[in-house]
Design a protein around this ligand. Sequence first.
Ligand code: SF4
Length: 480
Amino acid sequence: MSKTIQVRHQNRFNRTAGLRNTPEVVRHSEYPCRLNFYLRPPPAEISVEDFERFALDRLQVLKTIENATLRNKKNEDFRREMERVSSEHLRMRPGHTKEAMEDRRKDHVSHFILRLAYCRSEDLRSWFLRQECALFRHRFELESRKEKETFLKTLDINWKVVSQEDKMNMKAELENCAFWTAKAAGGQNVQDFVENETYFEVDFERVPDLISRRSVLLRRGKAYVPMTEQISLVMDEFKARLSKALEATAKALPQMDEDERLKPVLLNVEKQYTGKDYGDNTNITGKVKASEVNALSQHFPLCMKNLHQSLTKDKHLKHGGRMQYGLFLKGIGLSVEEALVFWRKAFSNHTDDKFQKEYAYNIRHNYGLEGRRVNYAPYSCMKIIQSNQPSTGDHHGCPFRHFSSQSLEANLYKNKVAAPQVNEIVRLAKDRHYQLACTRYFEVTHPDMQSGQIGTVEHPNQYFDMSQGKEPESEAMKTD
Ligand code: SF4
């Protein structure tokens, strides 16, 4: 079997993923700049090994961005972190050497591979879009003015340049808005700054951040943006184009005949994002007894605490809840025998006969002892967040994703989280940073752990392990 992905018979894939069968030569003209809007598919074929390596390398960079954002790292701290991860996984050497071209090709190809892996749901798309925008912004800010100009010339962007005459007609108003911009641009005199600066006229809704900083003049629905603030315009273009491209890729995906060599690689890439799958529990099975679950629930993430509390209160859980919670308990070390004891006790309102007929089979099924005899893995956060949306009467799902803001807020207060942190966590959840919200919840309820020690929460069993590693703040976590 060929070691390279030539996808000769995969025209639809080619259109979607952008992998073509041209010789693997990176021409200088392909990449005149380090910056890239990724408008065209990558031009070269690629080996299966590189396909996976490139994707995982880019993923490391995107995950570092996500973590740095969560830790509120800005300016120098953010740059240092990016420099470290980029030099290890995604170098972007300057100039036009062979090595620089190879860096740009890898950057280009890896972006398109992750586009394929992360176009599959709205949550994945939104995660990918956020991290890619942050990566692009970081790179754009580091480039010299000359490089930026060269790059912008390669794009077909229709920003209307304000004529000198129009500029002079609104000079006084422009000067009123230019104080901080002129200062940031080397402390120039405001009059000189306005006179020498190029201004663009755009619809005001394209530059909300500049408007909130009062850095642009607003007139009849138009914003007048100085060249020095062009990052906002560039980011707006980048985001809009990538967002559209992701939607298009998602639409094309179902009709695409995926190369059978790519499928496992893409799945592996997605798994890297969702983290360890906790499917192999041979080492821990039997470590937890049914009678210990209640005490251990202080270490559970909110999703599992919610299920535990609902089960205790209602003496019942619907199927989705039993699956999510049952597999989680299996992942923390409950053997099938102990699981049967635990669920039998929990369903105390049911007769033995009903329990055996309706529930025991499913419990054994989860442990691979019935049906297709598959050893099912506990659900990851991504799976819980994305699939099987809970409806009325269900208790499964992720509180940060599926609770209303009011319920989440109430739940956080119930768990002794202080008001400023409650607001912060609810805001993260509202902005669809569900796992970051959960990570923040972990941090505020485990204040003795250094934030640098904690990665983003990707799996409820990872949360449990992290919480077990260090005692949580005793009172804050006691809910039973
Ligand atoms: S982010 Fe994951 S661990 Fe946290 S509550 Fe949601 S599903 Fe559970």
